[in-house]
Ligand binder design. Structure first.
Ligand SMILES: NC(=O)c1ccc[n+]([C@@H]2O[C@H](COP(=O)([O-])OP(=O)(O)OC[C@H]3O[C@@H](n4cnc5c(N)ncnc54)[C@H](OP(=O)(O)O)[C@@H]3O)[C@@H](O)[C@H]2O)c1
Length: 492
């Protein structure tokens, strides 16, 4: 357990959805687990005037909604006593100076300050400017950290602009850029499984691996977020962030240790080694589609364009890319990454297919697959060929299947882990600016090309599998989308 300095978490946007559902309950759980330092305060900042009493009652409501089975009253008393509120009306030019005044009460607010900006992305730069103006980003005596929520920009130029703006006031070590996927234990496990075992590393390269698939699919549609989604799309929403981070963890070289700098340096190297997608041959490297009306769990659901009420939208709810990594380890290995809404299954996994065995014995011999399940099932599974007992020589696939999660294991939400890392000063699970930029650099040309191409987008019925047409990105005819992670399930 790392030592945490006494500190104050200043939470902008504390009345918002993220704070209600993840941050406040996450902080409460950390308190219950004894992971918050004794001297730690939470100052929530919002535009409206709210009394301390009303704010604490609001927090109780957030906890009641989250922990339906109840919670420990002693922990609640301790937690609620840490919580304070400050109104920062946008019309008040002295709002930030008043906040600084409030924070100067050292008996209540430890002076190491972490500012969590759970506000609209368009407000990130301005809040940092205002914090700096009143001297709250100054690290002369105490540490000062700023968490920037996702997304960091909406393309490379806007990410650079945001970076230029905040880096006037903050050093890289003070900036904590969130991709909450990195807080997931199953994602952190990729590194552990790769580098804490001797058996995997020797085969983790182009000599043995035929191709890799990284998949993140949902059965849910866009719901009531149609306007947000239509301004974003699957590529920007999921691939630019979570899926590329999963790819980086799967493909990076071994860091010299698990320090934040060493881990991020290797991720940056591999992200920067991904070959740009050739825009003049985009149709063989990138595929998009939209869900049409269909059925999910036996229920009829409308299509994306219908939900949006705009039949001219070309924004994708399905995106698949073929990528190559130009380094010696991954020379010539295709990486197929995809994300989709309203597919027939909700699953996040990494599927690695190995090359054909040198000896081909009879018909029906399959290539080995190694599958790392991330969500909903956390597992690692190896499919190998084995002799069918009997007089003849025939093979079948058997599996070594291990659940990562065992009865009684702790379940930690990604935000809990990230909040703890923030207070510890460990930014290895947060993004370095070079990672963010490499990720935008890769997807921007595709986003731009797709936005310009106004032809109707390929449709797939909600609840179906990948559109047949998506196979256009496969490098070889014998490659196919890998589905169920269960053996005997539908692998093809
Ligand atoms: N919700 C999630 O699961 C999720 C997931 C990934 C990323 N994020 C990111 O996390 C951040 C917060 O998300 P959220 O869903 O919690 O947002 P939200 O509920 O829409 O808003 C957060 C807070 O921002 C303030 N706010 C809202 N509208 C505003 C306006 N017009 N002008 C100024 N302030 C305004 C409000 O606080 P006051 O009125 O009290 O000032 C509100 O509580 C965003 O950057 C989002 O992109 C959220």
């Amino acid at each position: 357990m790392k030592q945490i300095d006494p500190c104050t978490l200043v939470l902008f946007g504390a009345s918002g959805n993220l704070s209600r559902v993840k941050l406040m309950p996450g902080l409460f759980r950390l308190d219950a687990l004894g992971r918050l330092p004794e001297k730690m305060a939470i100052l929530s900042v919002g535009r409206s005037e709210v009394s301390l009493e009303a704010w604490r009652a609001d927090i109780k409501g957030m906890l009641d909604a989250k922990f339906k089975k109840g919670y420990d009253q002693k922990v609640f008393e301790r937690f609620i006593a840490r919580n304070f509120y400050h109104a920062n009306p946008p019309t008040d030019p002295n709002a930030f100076a008043k906040m600084k005044d409030k924070l100067s009460d050292e008996a209540t607010f430890p002076q190491n300050l972490a500012f969590f900006l759970s506000v609209r992305p368009s407000d990130f730069a301005q809040v940092v400017d205002q914090l700096a103006e009143v001297g709250l980003t100054n690290e002369d005596k105490y540490w000062r950290r700023v968490v920037i929520e996702k997304p960091f920009g909406t393309n490379l130029p806007s990410a650079k602009e945001l970076q230029a703006s905040i880096s006037k006031h903050l050093k890289e070590s003070q900036i904590y850029r969130i991709d909450h996927y990195l807080g997931k234990s199953a994602l952190q496990n990729i590194l552990l499984q790769r580098f804490a075992n001797t058996v995997l590393e020797p085969i983790w390269n182009s000599e043995y691996i035929d191709h890799v698939q990284i998949t993140n699919t949902e059965m849910l549609g866009v719901g009531d977020r149609t306007q947000f989604y239509d301004a974003t799309g699957a590529l920007r929403d999921m691939i630019q962030s979570h899926v590329l981070q999963t790819l980086a963890l799967t493909t990076m070289e071994q860091p010299k240790d698990l320090s934040p700098d060493a881990v991020r340096a290797e991720k940056i190297k591999v992200l920067e080694a991904i070959r740009p997608i050739p825009v003049n041959d985009i149709e063989h490297h990138a595929f998009r589609a939209q869900y049409a009306a269909g059925e999910i769990n036996g229920e009829k659901v409308p299509g994306y364009l219908e939900e949006l009420g705009d039949s001219s939208s070309v924004v994708e709810t399905y995106a698949a890319l073929k990528l190559f990594i130009d380094n010696p380890r991954w020379k010539g290995v295709p990486f197929y990454i995809r994300t989709a809404k309203r597919l027939h299954e909700a699953d996040t996994r990494i599927c690695i297919r190995f090359k054909k065995a040198p000896l081909q014995i009879g018909n029906g011999q399959h290539q080995n697959w190694l599958i790392i399940g991330i969500q909903p099932r956390e597992c690692i599974k190896l499919e190998i060929e084995s002799k069918i007992p009997g007089l003849d020589i025939n093979t079948r696939t058997i599996e070594l299947d291990a659940a990562n999660r065992q009865d009684g294991d702790e379940t930690v939400d990604a935000y809990e882990a990230l909040l703890l890392n923030l207070m510890e000063g460990d930014n290895s699970q947060y993004l370095h600016i070079s990672e963010v930029e490499a990720q935008w650099r890769l997807v921007d040309p595709v986003i731009e090309a797709w936005a310009k191409d106004r032809k109707p987008v390929h449709q797939y019925p909600a609840g179906s599998r990948d559109p047949e047409a998506s196979k256009v990105i496969f490098e070889h005819e014998d490659q196919f989308w890998r589905y169920s992670i269960q053996l005997g399930g539908d692998a093809h």
